[in-house]
Design a protein around this ligand. Structure first.
Ligand code: GN1
Ligand code: MG
Length: 352
């Protein structure tokens, strides 16, 4: 690890390197130094992010743009991520030709949470709305780091392909068959964003696309500092950011909690987030985007259930798992969340 760090222009000497956080895709490490800053070292999963050059281009452009917007803010270094250039190339990543690594400054006195209360949910809504707003006028062209990442038609197709191929024989499990039969009737309705897009009714904007609760950093007083994990920053529908936050924040339990009888979509979290998000996006959100926010709240648990399920059927090749049934447990959980959210759509519409 120290040999890797050497390729980045960090200040001070490395004292300790240890694992950080619980992402499902990249490997993340905290690098402590005897200098003024500590750092986050990440090994980018380049079998999932196949175009690291594009990925880092998106991140470089977005962080530079946000930095320009925040110019003069005394706390700017805690409000936007700083990536450390590679000593040899000046780029924001280093590769030995096989693995890809990057280093950012570890934000001081900041905290992430796995759950939020309504007050924090309101702040998060405002922050993600403002984040989209800040990127609305970015002059650079950003690409899709994972093509069609939140395209429900693609995710549905991938599920069908997995079922057809049945690579590890899991289609023989009765529960797998049951879950599949339960999911299919909702597929067409859940693909409506793609149809609206083709009809020219829905725009794509630069979105974060991984607005899990734990991708926000708060200061000690509970104010939002910044949004982290920018790998999936790309053109998408605003539903991505609205829906994915609620998928994690409005669930009474974690996304992989086996106690699915406890899964419930919390309306107080929805209400607070909706309020914040509408305030944060007031300057650009269109009526079509707005009226479909309850759909977005259902779409993301659905899409995540389909994605975890596809990975389970494929033999767990995408998400990190801690035990053999992990992806199935996640699927059950997200499926229960989808059903709960769906049952609350009338309430969501009333609040909207
Ligand atoms: C992955 O790595 P992490 O935990 O930030 C995934 C998200 C999923 C999430 C489910 C690139 O995010 O889309 O919603 O797991 N990221 C990618 O927990 O697929
Ligand atoms: Mg993450």
């Amino acid at each position: 690890m120290k040999d890797i760090i050497r390729h980045f222009a960090i200040k001070g000497n490395v004292v300790e390197i240890k694992p950080l956080g619980n992402g499902l895709i990249n490997d993340t490490l905290l690098v402590s130094t005897d200098g003024p800053d500590n750092y986050v070292l990440q090994k980018i999963n380049n079998s999932i992010f196949k175009d690291v050059e594009l990925l880092q281009h998106n991140i470089d452009c977005a962080t530079a743009h946000i930095r320009r917007k925040l110019a003069g803010d005394p706390d700017i270094d805690r409000k936007v991520l700083t990536f450390i250039p590679c000593v040899e190339t000046g780029k924001s990543y280093w590769t030995d030709g096989e693995a890809y690594w990057r280093v950012s400054v570890f934000i001081k006195d900041a905290f992430t949470y796995e759950t939020v209360n309504p007050k924090y949910s309101y702040f998060a809504g405002k922050a993600f709305g403002a984040f989209e707003g800040m990127l609305a006028d970015i002059p650079d062209t950003l690409g899709e780091t994972i093509p069609d990442f939140h395209n429900m038609e693609l995710r549905a197709r991938q599920l069908h392909e997995a079922v057809e191929a049945d690579k590890v024989g899991r289609m023989a499990e009765p529960e797998v068959k049951e879950l599949l039969a339960a999911m299919l009737p909702y597929e067409e309705e859940m693909c409506k964003a793609e149809r609206m897009y083709r009809e020219g009714l829905l725009p794509k904007r630069i979105c974060h696309c991984d607005t899990k609760v734990n991708n926000m950093m708060f200061d000690a007083e509970g104010n939002i500092l910044c949004v982290i994990d920018l790998d999936t920053l790309m053109p998408s529908f605003v539903f991505s950011d609205f829906g994915d936050f609620l998928r994690t924040a409005a669930n009474t339990v974690a996304e992989d909690d086996p106690a699915i009888e406890k899964v419930d979509f919390k309306m107080d979290i929805f209400e607070a987030f909706l309020k914040g998000y509408l305030e944060g996006t007031a300057s650009f959100l269109t009526p079509v985007e707005k009226e479909n926010l309850p759909y977005a709240a259902c779409l993301f648990p659905y899409m995540q259930a389909v994605r975890f399920f596809t990975d389970y059927i494929n033999g767990d090749t995408y998400y990190k798992i801690k035990y053999p049934e992990h992806n199935l447990v996640r699927t059950r959980n997200q499926w229960a969340l989808f059903k709960s959210a769906l049952s609350k759509v009338p309430q969501m519409k009333a609040l909207l």
